[in-house]
Design a protein around this ligand. Structure first.
Ligand SMILES: [Zn+2]
Length: 103
């Protein structure tokens, strides 16, 4: 299991594609933490403005920072079997359930 994936699932994060920071830009998401700080994720290239991505993940094509993982989960990446659903960020669960209702 990936520690970054686990953090993307359990930490309190908010990923949005229509806040002012990214409005009008396809495939761009702003991922906010509880303090309101954010990083910009480009879903097309799976890149992110955070240090974790810049210094580590960009060297490994299959390694993503927690922000990219959060956007991937929000957009339909399946929740892994090992994940304890009771620990998943309720905001993410709600987003996933709402998407399922739309289908
Ligand atoms: Zn990041």
């Amino acid at each position: 299991m990936s520690a970054r994936e686990a953090r993307a699932l359990t930490e309190c994060l908010f990923a949005s594609d229509n806040t002012p920071e990214v409005d009008g830009a396809d495939d761009l998401y702003a991922v906010y933490n509880e303090e309101g700080q954010y990083h910009i994720v480009d879903l097309r290239t799976r890149s992110c403005t955070c240090r974790d991505h810049q210094y580590r993940c960009s060297q490994h094509r299959e390694m993503h920072c927690k922000h990219v993982y959060r956007v991937l989960f929000r957009e339909g990446r399946p929740i892994p079997e090992w994940a304890d659903r009771s620990r998943i960020d309720p905001l993410l669960l709600r987003t996933i359930e709402e998407r399922a209702d739309d289908d």
